[in-house]
Each structure stands twice: as structure tokens, then as C-alpha cells.
Design a protein around this ligand. Structure first.
Ligand SMILES: Cc1cc2nc3c(=O)[nH]c(=O)nc-3n(C[C@H](O)[C@H](O)[C@H](O)COP(=O)(O)O)c2cc1C
Length: 287
């Protein structure tokens, strides 16, 4: 048993950086939509003091090209593949899940229920998960937004609807202004904020959801070092994903894996995953 490390969706292109992808335990695709999408016009990325703002807008080739072109190339790289599924209605999500259901080259479907750059689907997250549950027997991970007051309630609802796990968290909506012009730096003004400032928010979400539901949690948000990863495990995550850090440090998976093992050992854990056992007792003491 150990703590698997994944990339956060949208933060790594395995086809252009196969060695980085191979240094992870599984590769998560960028969110795929039913049809090809150009995404938002530039400027779509802005660096900020403690992280990064993006408004890519779910750019991607669409599910047909994923199936005919991308998945065979990922399989040829020998990667364990999680597909991040997106859309604008429960029918969009379920259609992609159904399409990928029988494929051996896809291990897990992560439902992006939380992209801050696109309009909300008319259905609730639980309704989307329920529709996907009908469409596939593959493991379904619900990726939730941190921008909700009671994320534990959302977690209970999606698990009751059939989610096998949670991915926590997506970016949170932010705005960066150009100090000279005081105009938004992104063409779409608002974007999703990620990076180090997200870590306490991610920890709070993982902590609350681990207390609410019994499914595995993929923790992400601002992980830069091994201790960041270990803290997510101690809050209740059993898998950790690396996002923004991959843009500045493609060697992050190997570095963080080593740091994680060392930080866990320094605290008396035989394996970093054992830190998860303290999550429950930490929570009980905090009550
Ligand atoms: C440039 C960029 C693109 C992203 N694209 C997606 C996406 O397509 N689907 C998704 O679920 N999350 C997407 N995310 C969110 C990340 O998967 C992750 O949830 C978030 O960045 C928090 O982790 P981090 O602070 O380690 O980056 C994106 C993030 C960034 C920075």
C-alpha cells in the first residue's frame, strides 16, 4: 500500500510529455466534451502572487477524437488512464460514459462537475452522477468544486447517486487585474484559481468529505512538496494529484514521491498511506 500520485486534469499532456506521465501512477486526461471545443479566446492564463488563474474553457478534441486517436496513443505509452468527463447536461456526461464503458484502455471516469469556466448544467451533480451510473460499470469519481459552503452535503449526494470516489478539489473562481490599466488580465475576466493558495481550502474539503462518506478521495490543490501531499493524506485522501506544480517543475512527481516517503518516515509512518489512519482520530479530537 502506498499513496498513488496522479496529475490533475488539464495540467499535463501525456502525448507531449510522456516521461512525466510515466512518472505518475496513472494519467488523467483533460476534461473531454461530446464535441470538439476551441475553448475561450486568449489571454487564458495569468500568473498571480500565490498561484495561477486559468480560463481555458474546456478546449479539447471531443469524444470521437479521444476514442479514435488519443486513447490508442495513451495505451501505446503503457499508461493507466483516467478520463475526465465533461459536458453541459446529464445527457452529455452519460453519453461519454456509455461510449467509454466497454473499453479496456480506460480505468476510471472522473466526472468534472465543477469547472468554473463553463455554464452550469441544468441538472444537479447528483442527477448527473445517477445518469452516468446507469451508463457505465466503470469506477466513477465525482470532482467537486470547493466553492460551496457545505461540500460534505454534496459528497453525500453524489455517493448516494453512485459515485465510487471523490476528486477534491477543482479550482476556485478568481480575478486578476493588470495594475497599470486596472483591466482584467484574462480575456474572459474570471478564471479558475489554482496553486499554493488553494491548499488550505483543499485540506478543508478533503477533511469534511472524509468525515461524511466512506469512499476513496483523490486530494489535490496547491501540492508543491511532499509535506503538502502528506497533509492531504492526513486529512483523509488516499491518492494525491499534482496540478499547477507540473507547469513549473516537470520533475515534481519523482521529487514529491521521495519527499513524501521521507516526511512520512520522519513522523514514524512505515508507509505514507498509514498517515491516513490519523485522519479519523484527528477529526474526532477536533470535534
Ligand atoms: C491550466 C489548467 C487547466 C485545468 N483544466 C482542468 C480540466 O480540464 N478539468 C478539470 O477537472 N480540472 C482542470 N483543472 C483543475 C485541476 O485539475 C486542479 O483541480 C486544480 O488546478 C487544483 O490543483 P493545483 O492547485 O495543484 O493546480 C485545470 C487547472 C489548470 C491550472
Amino acid at each position: 500500500m502506498t499513496v498513488p500520485l496522479l496529475n490533475a486534469s488539464g495540467c499535463l499532456d501525456a502525448l507531449t510529455a510522456p516521461d512525466v506521465a510515466r512518472s505518475l501512477d496513472a494519467f488523467v486526461t483533460k476534461t473531454i466534451t461530446p464535441l470538439p471545443r476551441d475553448g475561450n479566446p486568449p489571454v487564458r492564463i495569468a500568473e498571480t502572487r500565490a498561484g495561477m488563474l486559468n480560463a481555458i474553457g474546456l478546449q479539447g478534441p471531443g469524444v470521437d477524437a479521444l476514442v479514435s486517436d488519443v486513447l490508442p496513443r495513451l495505451a501505446a505509452l503503457g499508461l493507466h488512464v483516467w478520463v475526465s468527463v465533461g459536458g453541459f447536461s446529464a445527457r452529455d456526461f452519460a453519453g461519454i460514459c456509455e461510449r467509454l464503458d466497454g473499453r479496456d484502455d480506460v480505468e476510471v471516469l472522473e466526472l468534472n462537475l465543477s469547472c468554473p469556466n463553463v455554464e452550469e448544467a441544468p441538472e444537479s451533480s447528483a442527477e448527473i452522477v445517477a445518469a452516468c451510473r446507469e451508463a457505465t460499470r466503470k469506477p466513477l469519481y465525482a470532482k467537486l468544486s470547493p466553492a460551496t459552503w457545505d461540500i460534505a452535503e454534496s459528497a453525500r449526494a453524489v455517493v448516494a447517486a453512485g459515485a465510487d470516489g471523490l476528486s477534491l478539489v477543482n479550482t476556485i473562481r478568481g480575478l486578476a487585474l493588470d495594475p497599470a490599466t486596472l483591466r482584467p488580465r484574462l480575456a474572459r475576466a474570471l478564471g479558475g484559481y489554482s496553486g499554493p493558495a488553494l491548499k488550505p481550502i483543499a485540506l478543508a474539503c478533503v477533511w469534511a468529505c472524509a468525515a461524511a462518506v466512506e469512499v476513496p478521495i483523490v486530494g489535490m490543490g496547491g501540492v508543491v512538496t511532499g509535506i503538502d501531499a502528506l497533509e492531504l493524506v492526513a486529512a483523509g485522501a488516499s491518492v494525491v494529484s499534482l496540478g499547477t506544480v507540473l507547469f513549473s517543475d516537470p520533475g515534481a512527481p519523482g521529487r514529491i514521491r521521495g519527499e513524501l516517503a521521507a516526511e512520512a518516515a520522519a513522523r514514524g509512518f512505515r508507509d505514507p498511506a498509514d498517515a491516513r489512519a490519523v485522519a479519523r482520530s484527528n477529526r474526532e479530537k477536533a470535534l
